[in-house]
Ligand binder design. Sequence first.
Ligand code: FAD
Length: 549
Amino acid sequence: MLRLTELRLPLDHSPDALAKAICDRLAITPEQLEHFSIFRRGHDARRRDAIRLVYTLDCTVSDEAAVLARYREVNPKDPHVQPTPDMAWHAPVADGAALAARPGYQRPVVVGAGPCGFMAALILARMGLRPLLLERGKVVRERTVDTFALWRRSELNPESNVQFGEGGAGTFSDGKLYSQVRDPRFLGRKVLEEFVKAGAPEDILYLAHPHIGTFRLVSMVEHIRREVEEAGGEYRFQSRVEDLLLDPATRQVRGLRLADGEVIETSHVIMAVGHSARDTFAMLQAQGVAMQAKPFSIGVRIEHPQSVIDLAQFGACAGNSLLGAAEYRLVHHASNGRGVYSFCMCPGGTVVAATSEEGRVVTNGMSQYSRAERNANSGIVVELRPGQDYPDDPLAGMAYQRHWEQQAFVAGGGDYRAPAQRIEDFLAGRPSVSLGTVVPSYKPGVTPTDLATCLPDFVVEALREALPKFDRKLRGYAMGDAVMTGVETRTSSPIRVTRGEDGQSTNTPGLYPAGEGAGYAGGILSASMDGIRVAEVVAQALAGLPAQL
Ligand code: FAD
């Protein structure tokens, strides 16, 4: 098969234009083109009056070798026609079931049922290694009820919320599934294929910026759980890991202690607890596990009418079903030396209350697959630096997050409403006393106020500089009535739990720090990919094979 990249066609091209474009590119007759499929479809909207669809296509042609040789002869420097790479995933351990049947076999334990944890469990289970997955929160349907209790009635359950429970932090999200990480082994493809098998929409396999939306994510994680169980794995909910049991001489992992006192013996633990497991990080530090402070960012969520973003991005093509609700990505380097950037943009979505701790307010965003809500929202966040903004101690970033989340709780009125401000007021340095035409979507509600009371001064300064600059790139962005809601603190983990090439903690053998919380992923797709990689090295270690991430 041949892979053709960068094949550009007008937005309104006819269905048969693709086959013709392939034949033109390869200089073949229609009869020579036996079959083709779309591997990826994106769009280039840099010129709003001439938006193009950009395709990557896989084609089967007769006499492929000759067609490729002739193409290379005529276009020696063109990289856009290549043999389609082998994207299949191969299990590193073939006889896992036999291994697991040996007397004295100890199951590997995965802590955390987020994308990293459930994907690691799925891979281990498929290899026959019978993993045990421990999750502090509840099964996803019960968790949904608890999450809605905060959004509707201001009742927070610190163990079952937007951050904690089956599916992990991304369950109530836009479900964006793309990542910038290098992926020479096509693990991202493997993740997307597993998600589709578990009920995600098929278009995630070919859209350049795929998303699932929260509703379908819920049933997808249930389906993955069933797959893990059918393959011999086990899930346990409301099972918070509170301690790590180590050999006093070698620091080799011997087991885990749960909150109810139960001890689970194991010598292989995948720690995929996400970026909000602050108590677990404190426990790991108390146990002497090697970790470092890691930079992260804080800022606000901003909401505009989706129609303003669609018009700015797509002009007269706004509303075209192939383009969907418009996204954006913005970056500004502020004169105080800070990077300001858009984060986790959710077209046609809602801003959500995302705290996992009492007395704190945290924002984030989510949407449904249709992305049909009235507002577009995005985090607009500013880079922080450990050692400059707070002490260079592994847990200091967490304390810094807590401080600003608490300030936001107070500024919001002390009942989980979030502090909010119109852009015009924020830029003018005055508190908002009321909001305008943009109706904020955050539940349980917002309090118009001054966001400068719950953000560091240098963040406020950088945001005030960046917003008018963003308006030059995206017309209407600094519209007076756009609403800013705070605070956005859980952008990534403030910690890295260091691991070596074999995936194990650098000073605690048998502990495999993984996913976003350990500092090795940022988002659903990259966390899932890390789950696969870590499951592979755990399987290799169990089988006595050399293991390398
Ligand atoms: P998590 O998903 O955080 O999972 C960790 C799990 O570990 C949790 O379920 C937690 O309950 C459990 N746990 C923690 N401590 C313990 C313990 N001691 N014992 C047992 N279990 C424990 N990313 C995207 O790519 N696209 C998006 O559209 C997107 N939108 C988001 C919207 C929201 C509202 C939020 C909060 C996040 C969003 N993200 C999005 C980020 C994404 O959710 C995370 O990057 C991803 O979930 C990280 O996966 P993970 O498995 O590493 O950790």
